[in-house]
Design a protein around this ligand. Structure first.
Ligand code: DI6
Ligand code: FE
Length: 405
């Protein structure tokens, strides 16, 4: 892997999408000591500023490194068999209630060692990186014991040491009720609140806590207990909510100051209003919508009206979105949810970073960490328009060109 570590580097004549908008003319971008140090229209650029700088790239489209703000990247096994069952008409919920679905991945993940999970997850991480990701959120949720949830989070952190990428971790102990707690959901919630969250916080293994608020997941009252425990340990809050039905999980999460509510196909206007008031980001997951062949669309127009920021993520997971290609998600966000290409790209950069509480990431602006992608395309919108691997010319992480071709 070619790398370049000159402390001062220039990208010349690039079309810039800054995380929010496409800048109107070709730009020159200066990176110094890992951060964006300057950004000028190319024709106004004063060469004196470039003293000692190496030209790292010329032409093409420069975007912030992509931020995949919702993934379940760490797991063992796969669920291709269930995919076939669903195509024959069995629903996701039926499979879950019969002990398959998430619990089938739980069995495989519990049986796997940390090293086995690393080996299973690295190819998926590499696929994300090859498509421009520089920050990835990784959830636990296939362990469902204290030891197995911590194992997953440790694997997630190790992945971030094995590759040049920022890994943000989320404890999703409340993903499904493990079989040994059948009929005792409140006791399991106590385990999450009294043991998992404190242990993950004490070891610094989790940046946030997530829940699956759903009929086949956990009730709003149970999720609220988990949010109280998360807050008590200083952890941020997220929700899988309104994916299959409307239980008011997004409004609950918003009341607790959640960074994001994710999926939200069944979100109603009251929920949208609550999210707007709390500044909670709507994370759209078109991969799961596509794979489950959903028909209930998230309330995009209401989200726009109320000014709720919209992020887009892969939800990469073995059940509902076995897809590790963020630029395909941009395409699906446009074709299925009718986002504009600009909204989709912002959803995978600036807004995705916001959904992780990282306002410093996902932007090309002076002072920000230089996590960048240089693409062999003419216009940013092409990233959402065409589905095509191999358009990434360079991936820059902390100012270093960590991938180039
Ligand atoms: N909703 C999802 O789409 C993922 N988790 C969740 O709560 C799916 C996880 C899986 O099916 O393995
Ligand atoms: Fe998910």
């Amino acid at each position: 892997m070619p790398t370049q570590s000159t402390s001062k580097q220039l990208w010349r004549d690039v079309q810039v999408f800054d995380g929010l908008v496409q800048l109107s003319e070709a730009m020159t971008v200066l990176v110094e000591d890992g951060r964006i140090a300057g950004l000028w229209p190319a024709r106004e650029f004063n060469e004196a500023r470039a003293e000692g700088a190496a030209c790292a790239g010329r032409g093409g489209v420069l975007t912030p490194g992509l931020v995949d703000c919702h993934t379940h990247l760490v797991y063992a096994g796969n669920r291709a068999g269930e995919f076939e069952q669903r195509l024959e008409g069995v629903s996701y919920e039926e499979i879950a209630r019969a002990g398959g679905g998430i619990l089938s991945s739980v069995r495989a993940t519990r049986a796997a060692s940390e090293d086995e999970l690393i080996a299973a997850s690295l190819p998926r991480l590499d696929a994300l990186l090859a498509d421009g990701v520089t920050t990835v959120e990784i959830k636990s949720g296939y362990g469902l014991t204290v030891a197995d949830e911590l194992k997953m989070l440790r694997v997630a952190r190790r992945l971030g040491e094995l590759r040049p990428v920022r890994v943000i971790t989320t404890l999703l102990g409340a993903h499904a009720l493990p079989p040994e707690y059948a009929g005792r959901a409140d006791d399991y919630v106590s385990l999450v609140c009294d043991e998992m969250i404190p242990a993950a916080a004490a070891e610094g293994l989790a940046d946030a806590v997530d829940v699956f608020c759903e009929g086949i997941g956990f009730s709003p009252a149970q999720c609220e207990r988990i949010y109280q425990a998360a807050k008590a340990h200083g952890l941020a809050i997220k929700a899988h909510a309104e994916q299959l039905s409307n239980l008011g999980g997004s409004a609950l999460a918003a009341r607790y100051g959640a960074l994001s509510a994710d999926h939200i196909e069944y979100l109603d206007e009251a929920g949208v209003r609550a999210m707007a008031e709390a500044g909670t980001v709507a994370v759209l997951l078109p991969g799961a919508f596509h794979v489950l062949r959903e028909t209930q669309l998230p309330p995009i127009e209401l989200l726009r009206q109320y000014g709720v920021p919209m992020a887009v993520a892969s939800d990469a997971n073995p059940g509902t979105s076995p897809i590790c290609m963020p630029t395909l998600m941009a395409n699906l966000a446009c074709t299925l949810f009718r986002l504009t290409p600009r909204e989709a790209l912002s959803g995978m950069t600036a807004q995705a970073a916001r959904a992780l509480g990282r306002l410093d990431l996902g932007r090309i602006e002076v002072g920000a960490p230089a996590d960048l992608c240089l693409w062999d395309i003419q216009q940013p919108a092409e990233l959402a328009y065409a589905v095509q691997a191999g358009r990434l010319r360079q991936r820059v992480f902390n100012g270093e060109v960590v991938y180039a071709r």
